[in-house]
Design a protein around this ligand. Structure first.
Ligand SMILES: Nc1ncnc2c1ncn2[C@@H]1O[C@H](COP(=O)(O)OP(=O)(O)OP(=O)(O)O)[C@@H](O)[C@H]1O
Length: 900
């Protein structure tokens, strides 16, 4: 491209004129410089044979007369053409008939520039019916000899005009062909092949014809279909480029360059010697100017004179360079040469000096800046582009909410949401508000503005909101709280405004803001005070304002989801904003069973669904809906990996173990002594679980490493207990210490393996003392340490009491455990040795070794597990030796010493 830019406007015009002068002198088939492909010759012949020959014209006849136009004079119509055979097509505004000269010029241009020249040349065929744009006609005229010449901008403009023209004529051609096909006439087909190729191609055509006949009917149907669609663009074979996009700009640039090259044929650069310069040009007075570029000199010739001097060569079309040793030496030589030639000083050849690569230097200087600006522009377009149709840097304040409506994305129904019946009833009311507002309004009730859905992660808050949208069949705007937060102040508020404005326009509708705590945190929170988070505060204020701004006629319901309702700003929660607070907790056993049923619908299994779901629900206390969905999917994956035909119970159990305990680590090989320690440690837990009355039912014990750092585990089923009494807590703590106590009793030293057990026991004992009022010494006080506060909420003396009480309770649990394991030392040994042999023991194994458990188990446990825990070693289960304490409330106040 640099060659094009280097050329001055005057030069471009000059070159264009020269090239057109030369091409005008030659016959149509001779290209300006490039060799005309055979296709063009064939085109010319066929073109004439399939169209009536124009009447001979006088040489001085007006050249602009439309030779190819279908607007024929009456006389022309009579000349070899039946009137009415061709329809007259009115020209579009701004279009003029194309003259023979125009067509010829365009053919030259397209043939030499466009890669898809066949299509383009076909398109030119149709120009006689639709004409050409007037602007293009002007440019073509100016490009002719004496036409005034073209400027640089004309070269840039011309490609897009030609492309437009080609598109239009291609469309016209397609329409004409379709019409002819419909009328059963063979359409005009442009044949650009060489005569030899044509014969070879005739066979192919025969075949194609047959195929076409076969497909004829189908095509016709398709065409009819296509025409049925009103306003649809015909399927035109164009260059496939939109004039808008960047690709087209680049293409246009390249095309302009090629056009320029075409109008400036033969601008080849040639290296010559000083002697050749002197002999061929300097001595003959052909040099106009010399331009020194570092150690090279460009020779500018008087091209007209050169052409006259060397009529049979293309010397005039080349640019000449020669090298110099130094500028001084060159100047000296030049002076001597001019002295020799006797050139008077007033007519000496002008010499100019150019620093090399001016354009290159400019590119280096400004290139990076231009690149960065371009990149920023592009990034801003991309960033803004996603926001509800907004684009460009100005779209940053647009809301990023995704809009769904009933016939697009939201296919979730209330039936897909299981295990939260109360929440569903609450939220269903919103659906009725949106569907039949008059039912409530006639009684004077105000429609609630919104509801906050809170609860632990994965409990189905988002799912419930989606189901609400799916059921109410109104538009649903879903956005995450974090999408309002941007680094620019004011953007969040602007997005809130935009979201609510859009929602108002689409009322009745639902807005769902997920993770609202990202913006709805209490303004008195440390986060705001210390972080100076004006942006978040402004966003929150805007939400408050917008929710106030609704009137009852605007049926826009705002639902919000959060895991942290406790941190939300009180202003958000007041009636009139989020009127309803719907808490969604982890599902109960029946809830889990229902959720399993929902997710098992998509799973291929032959198990009895009722029993399967019941058992799985019993196996998964504490699971949220998302965990259940994950476990079911994991089971299907495990079954697929095993090439099973259906998903079986064993696959589900493995999946649950994997979800709880993590991946089995078969690669972790323990040495025999370590393995022995782990076996006795786990046997200690198992024996405690078996003999303590209030301990949770034991499912299995294993010494296969799993997950992160668990070398063995004992799996219990704590069930869904919502209250715990001190007996249960003490038994649980004693059971947790069973591993360490067993190590003490069976080995001369102890290991680090019980650290996590101590952590659990300490936490449990501390909570008993500080929160659950289970210490007589501390009494009925509740101290909860805020993690953000450095100060303790109690006095130093109270801290000492707490420490002493925690220690006392743990010691008590330790003693309880030690007493039992000393008594049952033999049983611990039996279980441990069996574990070393089998690596995993089930409840049945323990019954076999120890006899049935003395204490009755919970109902759901005996229903689903008695006599059925005989599954082969399935790897392992959870990595917790003892179930995690989820903070249930004590049922009765019983001091540890009360228990047996
Ligand atoms: N009650 C349920 N019934 C059926 N499937 C559920 C239920 N709860 C959760 N799921 C499953 O868990 C997936 C995740 O749930 P969802 O995204 O609604 O949880 P969430 O409470 O919004 O979580 P978070 O608070 O982390 O955003 C759902 O797509 C669904 O497959």
């Amino acid at each position: 491209m640099s060659a094009m830019f280097r050329a001055s406007t005057r030069q471009l015009a000059l070159c264009a004129r020269q090239s057109l002068t030369s091409s005008a002198r030659r016959p149509t088939t001779a290209a300006t410089r490039l060799v005309l492909p055979a296709a063009s010759a064939s085109y010319a012949i066929r073109f004439k044979s399939s169209n009536p020959q124009p009447p001979p014209r006088k040489p001085d006849e007006n050249k602009d007369e439309s030779f190819y136009s279908t607007k024929k004079s009456p006389q022309k119509q009579n000349d070899g053409q039946e009137p009415g055979e061709k329809e007259e097509t009115p020209l579009a505004p701004g279009w003029v008939p194309a003259t023979e000269e125009d067509i010829r010029q365009l053919m030259d241009i397209i043939r030499n520039t466009l890669p898809a020249s066949k299509t383009a040349l076909e398109a030119i065929e149709d120009m006689k019916t639709i004409g050409i744009p007037e602007e293009l006609r002007d440019l073509l005229k100016r490009a002719r000899p004496g036409g005034g010449g073209l400027k640089l901008k004309d070269f840039i403009r011309m490609p897009s005009l030609i492309l437009n023209l080609a598109d239009e004529v291609a469309k016209a051609k397609l329409e004409r062909e379709q019409k002819m096909e419909r009328e059963g006439k063979p359409g005009f087909k442009f044949d650009s092949r060489k005569p030899g190729d044509r014969e070879a191609g005739q066979k192919e055509e025969g075949q194609q014809k047959q195929e076409q006949e076969q497909h004829g009917q189908k095509d016709q149907q398709q065409q009819q279909k296509g025409q049925g669609k009103k306003g649809e663009e015909p399927n035109v074979k164009t260059f496939g480029l939109s004039s808008q996009d960047m690709a087209n700009w680049a293409f246009t640039g390249v095309l302009a360059y090629f056009l320029h090259r075409m109008f400036n044929p033969g601008e080849a650069s040639r290296e010559i010697t000083w002697q050749e310069l002197r002999k061929n040009f300097l001595d003959k007075g052909l040099v106009e100017k010399l331009v020194v570029i570092k150690d090279r000199v460009r020779v500018e010739l008087n091209r007209e004179a050169v052409r006259a001097m060397y009529p049979d060569s293309d010397a005039a079309n080349a640019t000449y360079y020669f090298s110099i040793g130094s500028i001084d030496a060159f100047e000296r030589r030049l002076e001597e040469a001019q002295n020799d030639l006797g050139i008077p000083s007033s007519e000496r050849i002008p010499v100019s000096y150019l620093s090399e690569g001016q354009w290159g230097n400019m590119l280096l200087a400004f290139g990076p800046t231009v690149l960065v600006i371009g990149l920023l522009y592009w990034v801003s377009r991309k960033a803004g582009g996603g926001g509800g149709g907004a684009s460009g840097v100005f779209g940053i304040g647009k809301s990023k909410a995704k809009m769904f409506n009933h016939d697009s994305a939201v296919k979730v129904k209330f039936a897909d949401v299981a295990g939260m019946d109360e929440a569903k009833v609450e939220i269903m009311e919103f659906v009725s508000f949106l569907k039949t507002p008059e039912r409530f309004e006639k009684l004077g009730a105000k429609i609630p503005r919104g509801a906050i859905l809170s609860g632990p992660p994965g409990t189905g808050k988002t799912l419930l909101a989606k189901a609400t949208a799916g059921e109410s069949q109104v538009p649903f705007f879903s956005v995450s709280g974090s999408e309002f937060v941007e680094m620019f102040v004011g953007v969040g508020a602007s997005r809130v405004r935009d979201l609510f404005n859009t929602a108002r326009k689409n009322a009745p509708c639902i807005i769902f803001i997920d993770e609202i705590d990202a913006i709805g945190r209490s303004r008195s929170d440390g986060g705001f005070r210390h972080g100076g988070n004006d942006e978040r505060e402004a966003t929150l204020n805007q939400i408050l304002t917008e929710m106030d701004g609704f009137n009852t006629a605007e049926q826009v319901v705002v639902l919000a989801g959060t895991n942290r309702p406790d941190v939300l700003d009180k202003a958000l929660m007041r009636p009139g904003r989020f009127d309803r607070h719907i808490h969604i907790d982890r599902p109960t056993i029946t809830g889990r069973q229902a959720i399993f049923k929902v997710h098992l619908k998509k799973i291929v299994t032959n198990e009895d669904i009722e029993h399967l779901t019941g058992r799985l629900a019993a196996l998964t206390p504490g699971f949220a809906g998302a965990d259940i969905a994950n476990a079911v999917n994991e089971a299907a994956l495990i079954a697929a990996r095993a090439n099973a035909q259906t998903v079986e119970m064993i696959h589900f159990e493995r999946a649950i173990e994997r979800v709880i305990g993590g991946l089995e680590r078969k690669s972790l090989v323990l040495d025999p002594e370590e393995k022995r320690t782990v076996a006795y440690h786990e046997a200690g837990h198992a024996i405690c679980g078996w003999y303590f009355r209030w301990a949770d039912p034991l499912l299995k014990v294993s010494i296969i490493p799993r997950g992160q750092g668990a070398l063995g585990y004992a799996q219990y089923l704590p069930g869904d207990s919502y209250l715990m009494n001190t007996n249960q807590l003490m038994d649980r703590m004693a059971m947790t210490l069973g591993g360490r106590v067993s190590e003490e009793l069976h080995f001369p030293t102890v290991t680090t393996g019980a650290s996590d057990d101590f952590n659990k026991v300490t936490r449990m004992a501390t909570t008993m003392v500080t929160q659950w009022g289970m210490s007589e010494k501390l009494g009925l006080l509740h101290f909860k340490q805020d993690e953000n506060q450095l100060q303790k909420p109690f006095a130093e003396s109270t801290a000492q009491v707490i420490d002493a009480e925690v220690r006392r309770i743990v010691d008590q649990a330790y003693k309880q455990c030690k007493d039992l394991l000393t008594l049952r030392k033999k049983e611990v040994g039996m279980v441990a040795e069996e574990l070393l042999r089998k690596e995993m023991l089930t409840r049945d194994d323990l019954i076999r070794l120890l006899g049935p458990r003395e204490w009755p188990d919970k109902e759901e446990f005996s229903k689903y597990f008695d006599g059925q825990i005989g599954t082969p070693p399935i790897g392992a289960a959870e990595n917790t030796d003892t179930p995690e304490d989820n903070g249930p409330q004590p049922a009765s106040k019983e001091t540890p010493k009360d228990q047996a």
